[in-house]
Structure formats: C-alpha cells, structure tokens
Design a protein around this ligand. Structure first.
Ligand code: ATR
Length: 280
C-alpha cells in the first residue's frame, strides 16, 4: 500500500545499513496487514548518532531499530531503558512517545520464541546448555535461557576473560570455560547454541564434534547465512533436533512492529521465504 500523509514511520539506524534485512521484513508485514506506514533504512555514521538520535522523535517517527554499531551507544540517549536492554547492555528497539525515547532489547524475546516454537518438545530446564561465544548475542541468548529456567550455562569462549565478564554481569549459574574444555562439557548437555560468527558464509568453520552430544540434545545457531550452517547440518545428520537462526531475527522484530504500527505480526513460512529471497 502506498503511504499517505498520515503514514506511521519507523526505520532502522545502522552504519552501514545497506545489508539490513529489517526494511524487507517490516515492509512485508506492512503489505500483509495493509497498514498505512513506512519502514526505512537510516544510514547514520557513529559520530553523527548524538546529533541524529535525539531529533528523531521531533521528526514524527514512531520509533526505530538499531543495528551495528549503535546498539550500545544508544543506551545513553534513552529517557527510559527497560530490563531487557539493561541486562544485555544494548538497545535494539526504540519507541518514541511524544519527545521521550524508550529503549528495549528484543533479542531475548527473539531467541526464546525461535527456540520454543522451533523445538516445541524441548524443555530448557531439562539439563545444562552449552553456549559458544561471549559477544553481545551471547548475552541475549543466556538471558533468554535463564528466563526459561536453564539449570546451568556452560559458556565456552576463545577469550576466557569475556566469558568470565558475562558470568559476573548476568549472574546465576554460568560456568565460563575456554575453547579447549568444550569436548568435556557436551556429554550431558541438553542444548548447544552457537553465538559466534564461525560457520557464517566467508568466516572460518566452527569445529565442534556433535557426536559428543547426547541423543535428545537440541542444536541451534544464531548464524543464518547459510540457513543450514555446517554445525546444524552435522547435528541433523547425527539425528538431533536443530533450529536455524533466521527465526531469531524475525521474532525479535515483532515487538517493535506492534509498538509502531499497532498490529502484532506473525512469523510465517512466506515471510521466511520473502526475507531470504534476493531483492528484485
Ligand atoms: P556479537 O556481539 O555479534 O556477538 P562479537 O562481540 O564480535 O559479536 O563476538 C563474536 C564472538 O565470536 C566472540 O565470542 C568471539 O570470540 P572472542 O571473544 O575470543 O573474540 C567469537 N569468535 C570470532 N571469531 C572466532 C574464531 N576465529 N575462533 C573462536 N571464536 C571466535
């Protein structure tokens, strides 16, 4: 639907922003629900953020998503930061109410929904989870697993100090481990999550022996290019339930869309196909 003068406007702020799938994703929903609205890419250099962000509510925008490299820096421009953003130390969704900026982080929600809907029979509280990587994505994944009642997170990272920092910041039962200890902590794990960039197209492969996991384990990857990463392919060949990473991206977009455009959107197979298809 072609926007009218009354169209609700939101967008994604990033630098670079050209790679972002968010305009396609929100654009699909705007069409599907026949909403008078627009969702636009906003290419904002890091040094311009302090000038640009506080002015967006005055432009009449409903809100925005934030992508690299703005997620941490934007915290400081919010008038209100919710618990999700505070736990992760990063914001990815802004809602403008009058001149106030409310920040939240929907990655926790996105990971939870993707896992719960992608592996419905899986019980997170059934056993320890092994999380690979200790960047921003790992924080969201661990916070989500804690919300779902995981008894222990074994946080395996190349740089042990980063894993230790997350364990201290998030609290709870998180055991920081070096990469060389990975083989020893898989045998009774109920879930393996990759949050590193390894296995992504153009990145080095992720070297994990999934034969060390128990039969009922679930394996998920936040990488979605390729959709079936070598880790997920190996897990599937081993007979394990796998959940790909695209769903986390799609589900994390739902709270923002609902806040800006007033409709709670659905993640459907057609949405997945559309987002994955190259733009024409
Ligand atoms: P994000 O915020 O998107 O999670 P990040 O902060 O750059 O990204 O974190 C990337 C993760 O991938 C880190 O855990 C990183 O390990 P280090 O903390 O040791 O840097 C991990 N990673 C990236 N390349 C890696 C490699 N070649 N081998 C092992 N881990 C790697």
């Amino acid at each position: 639907m072609i926007p009218s003068g009354k169209a609700r406007v939101a967008g994604v702020i990033g630098w670079p922003v050209a790679h972002s799938l968010s305009p396609r994703l929100h654009g699909f929903w705007l069409e599907q629900y026949r909403i008078d609205g627009c969702y636009i890419p906003l290419a904002v250099r890091p040094e311009a953020l302090p000038d640009v962000l506080p002015r967006l509510p005055a432009l009449g925008l409903r809100g925005a998503n934030l992508t690299l490299p703005h997620k941490e820096a934007s915290l400081g421009f919010c008038d209100h930061v919710d618990d999700s953003a505070r736990r992760i130390g990063a914001v990815n969704t802004l809602v403008f109410e009058d001149s106030r900026i409310r920040g939240s982080n929907s990655d926790i929600f996105g990971f939870k929904e993707n896992l719960v809907l992608g592996a419905p029979a899986f019980r997170v509280d059934a056993g320890p989870a092994v999380v690979l990587g200790a960047g921003g994505a790992a924080r969201a994944v661990i916070a989500a697993l804690q919300d779902l009642g995981v008894p222990e997170v074994r946080l395996v990272n190349r740089t042990l100090g980063r894993a230790e920092a997350i364990a201290t910041q998030l609290g709870g039962a998180i055991r920081p481990l070096g990469w060389q200890q990975l083989g020893a902590v898989l045998a009774d794990a109920s879930l393996l999550v990759n949050t590193t960039s390894l296995g992504m197209t153009g990145q080095p492969p992720l070297d994990v022996d999934v034969t060390g996991l128990p039969d009922g384990a679930v394996v998920t990857d936040i990488v979605y290019t390729p959709l079936e990463t070598p880790l997920l392919a190996a897990a599937r060949a081993r007979g394990l339930v796998t959940v790909d990473g695209l769903g986390m991206l799609l589900h994390q977009a739902r709270p923002g869309f609902e806040a800006w455009f007033g409709v709670s959107p659905e993640v459907t197979p057609s949405l997945r196909d559309f987002v994955l298809a190259p733009p024409t």
